[in-house]
Design a protein around this ligand. Structure first.
Ligand code: DGY
Length: 320
């Protein structure tokens, strides 16, 4: 029997599905990263690894896997934790979990936009802290969302699902991405824009760009200066695409009005990180795809990819 290692405790049903055909072992904690030594040890004896985005799949790990390691199935659509070229060189298949998480992640991105614009988190704290003394005309007044301009940076499937939601709010949609998306332009009346134009015109800049050499730090001090002072930045892609130091400065200096963040440079972010002390920041712990239904679908898709590859078939969602 072939060996499979899962780097977290995942849904029992998915473990059972894999166990019908393989020897399955897993790191027995849901909320703890599998220690590196354990992962390296498991890579040495396994034919498949089911990894999280917090696991570094690099040359060192792939070398431990040697000839026996056939597939690394990553429980995420993003795969910046994986050295894909190194895997390719060694003939190890890499798979991710696109499509099944598109709507859920778009829901979260749009929720962050709404929570930031309408000061939902501040309002919750205000009322629970016993500060509500009277109804007042400008009490916790936020910004309108409807009929405003949304600039989407990174118009893949999730970006387009966000555009669909924004259309329901009668928003004007600009997008910036490497290649034009003619279908999205027609469907959502979205207009392609250069980054500078998008930054200057948008009331909300929503970043979903994947992390690559080209996108790292692409939203920094220069870009924040181009944004409207009333604008809000939402990042639901990858933390390092935004220069965090520059973001803190922009928020403190009033260059932009607020930020809604699902992702950070370092995850988990430190409790005393300056970003978390700012009232105009809504922060959530990388929960873009975290609905029970979607996380199950992602786990199940990883299992399907593993089953396919270990039985000599093509995976459903290979990283190309
Ligand atoms: C992904 O799948 O890449 C998401 O960031 C996880 O929520």
């Amino acid at each position: 029997m072939k060996n499979v290692f899962i780097t977290r405790k995942i849904d029992e049903k998915v473990i059972s599905r894999l166990s019908e055909q393989f020897n399955v072992d897993f790191w027995p904690h849901e909320d703890q990263v599998c220690p590196r030594e354990e992962l390296l040890k498991q890579a040495k004896r396994c034919n498949a690894l089911l990894t999280m985005l917090s696991d570094q799949v690099n040359a060192e790990l792939l070398d431990q896997g040697g000839d026996d390691l056939e597939i690394v199935a990553n429980l995420a659509v993003g795969y910046d934790n994986i050295e894909v070229e190194e895997a390719k060189k060694r003939g190890v298949m890499i798979t991710n979990t696109p499509d099944v998480l598109t709507d859920t992640t778009a829901d979260l991105a749009f929720s962050l936009l709404m929570a930031s614009a309408r000061r939902i988190v501040e309002s919750d704290r205000y009322i629970k802290d016993g500060n509500w003394k009277s109804w007042s005309p400008y009490l916790l007044a936020g910004k309108d969302i409807h009929h405003k301009t949304l600039g989407i940076v990174g118009m893949g499937n999730i970006g387009q699902a966000v555009a669909q939601r924004a259309k329901g709010f009668d928003m004007d949609i600009l997008y910036h991405t490497r290649s034009r998306k003619k279908e999205a332009e027609e469907k959502y009346n979205a207009k392609h824009a250069e980054l500078d134009e998008l930054l200057t015109k948008s009331d909300f800049v929503l970043c979903l760009a994947p992390l690559t050499e080209q996108t790292k730090g692409m939203l920094g001090s220069e870009q924040f200066k181009k944004m409207k002072k009333s604008a809000i930045l939402i990042n639901a892609g990858r933390g390092p695409v935004v220069d965090e130091e520059a973001l803190i400065e922009a928020l403190k200096n009033g260059e932009i009005a607020g930020a809604g963040l699902d992702v950070f440079d370092k995850e988990p972010i430190d409790k005393d990180h300056p970003l978390l002390s700012l009232a105009n920041v809504v922060a959530v712990p990388h929960i873009g795809s975290a609905s029970v239904e979607t996380r199950f679908a992602m786990m199940d898709l990883c299992a399907e990819n593993i089953i396919n590859v270990l039985s000599g078939k093509d995976p459903v969602t290979p990283v190309k």
